[in-house]
Design a protein around this ligand. Sequence first.
Ligand code: GRF
Length: 205
Amino acid sequence: MQHSFSHPMNHQHIVNVAIFASGTGSNADALIRYSQKKDSSYSVVVIVSNKENAGVRSVSEHFSIPFEHIQQADDGASIIALLQKYNVDIIALGGYMKLLPPELVRAFKGKIINIHPSLLPDYGGKGMYGNHVHMAVWKDKMPYTGLTIHYVDEEYDRGQALIQCRIDIGDCVSPEAIAEKVKEAERMIYPLMLNQLCKIIYSQG
Ligand code: GRF
């Protein structure tokens, strides 16, 4: 499913990315903003969501990027067909609340990444998402937390890590403050990581 073509602005080769999200879409927003920079190696061609009215929908509208609501999140063949329609090379998950069907994971092996708001394997796995993570970190009185960007396989939060960043939270006075600090780091690091990955994928193919 790999292909390449010239960016109209700077003649760089770019990789087509689909963002899968179910929530507010702050990561989607950051990924799209970065894609519009001159030195970006990727373009966000579609946003896919299992929630028709997720906040990320307004992000897609703001940037005029197609939004696709999938009714059957477990229907791998339909999702693959949808992604082929947009010539998608890479999938970036950002707060996507459904497990990906195994068929899809196999079809995009090594081409699906996710961001998780903790230092996996700590605070990962089933039920550990969004504020549940930050609440657990807060209850444990942790002096630090972090984020992990990892490849996605058929299990929750188990794929190989691409990068992990530790974030000191000694100054955070609530789980909300932890969430905010982690989100800020996510918005900075996720686009840089995706861009690097896309550069590598392009150089291979
Ligand atoms: C982020 O904290 C991300 O780490 C997790 O889900 C959250 C999504 O937030 N996987 P947003 O919808 O991108 O604001």
